[in-house]
Each structure stands twice: as C-alpha cells, then as structure tokens.
Design a protein around this ligand. Structure first.
Ligand code: TYD
Length: 138
C-alpha cells in the first residue's frame, strides 16, 4: 500500500458480545500521532459537506455509526470510498481534495487529525488546489 495515497486502515477491534470495541493508539502502525479529534453528527440524510484540502494536516475518518461516502483526489487520481464500519478508518494525506457526502440517517463521523485546527492550513478553492497540484508537477 502506498502510504501517500488515501487508503483504508483496519483499526484494532476487540469483538465482544457485550459490544465491540475499536482502538486508535499512538504508535500502533498508524500514519501519524493524533493531535485533534472532531465529529460530525445530525447531518441530514443524503447531505454533502464542502470539499477542501489541507497543506499539512492528515486525517483518518471513521463512520462510527451509519455510513458516509468520501471522494478523494490526489495528484489527479480520484477515488471513492464508502465507510460503514467503526473499525475501519480512511487515511487522507495532506494535499488531498476530499469531500464527504451521502450521510446516512443518524450517521456519526469521527475525524482524527494530525494538527491543531488552523484555517490557514485549508485550501477551500478547487481551482486553487488544481493550480497548486499542477505547479508542483512542473
Ligand atoms: P470545516 O472543516 O470547514 O468543515 P466543512 O468543510 O465540512 O464545512 O469546518 C466547519 C466549521 O467548523 C468552520 O467554520 C471551521 C470550524 N472548525 C473548527 O473551529 N475547528 C475544527 O477543528 C474544525 C474541523 C472546524
């Protein structure tokens, strides 16, 4: 697996009839140390978030409950992922355009991030993102 591309990471899962438990722990074959976590709840069914990329922040997205779809674009390569399992994370490297869409009813989405929130780290304009990628490939 090319760790510089978006890919699914199996999280450690402790299966139990009383309720399954999944773990993210620093140093356990994960691509970065978590610095921040945020979660998205109460998204209307079928809704879509705004797309964006980050200069330096990396993320792992987990559908804790329900399901979501995520599209990613890195260096011109577009991929689509469906997340519906709380023990699978989608790794998103920096400089990846990503959009989360098609939230199911009652979806709860956890995002674990490698950096503190910083608006300056965002690229919110797709044209600007495309230009940065094309400049980087010169
Ligand atoms: P944003 O990351 O822009 O999400 P989306 O592109 O899906 O709308 O976040 C939405 C708002 O929340 C934006 O005003 C920034 C704010 N925010 C924080 O204050 N801290 C955070 O850690 C995050 C992720 C967002």
């Amino acid at each position: 697996m090319d760790s510089n591309k978006p890919h699914i990471i199996p999280l450690v899962k402790i299966a139990d009839r009383r309720g399954n438990l999944a773990v993210w722990q620093t140093g356990q074959s994960l691509p970065f140390d978590m610095c921040r976590a945020y979660w998205i709840s109460d998204a209307p069914a079928g809704s879509r978030r705004y797309g964006h990329a980050y200069y330096t922040n990396a993320e792992v997205i987990v559908a804790l409950s329900g399901s979501i779809e995520v599209s990613t674009e890195i260096a011109g390569e577009i991929s689509h992922f469906t997340l519906s399992s709380p023990d699978k994370g989608l790794y998103i490297p920096p400089m990846t355009w990503r959009e989360i869409y098609n939230f199911s009813t009652n979806a709860v989405t956890l995002v674990m991030a490698s950096t503190l929130y910083d608006e300056v780290d965002y690229i919110r304009d797709k044209t600007q993102f495309d230009q940065l990628i094309s400049d980087g490939q010169q």
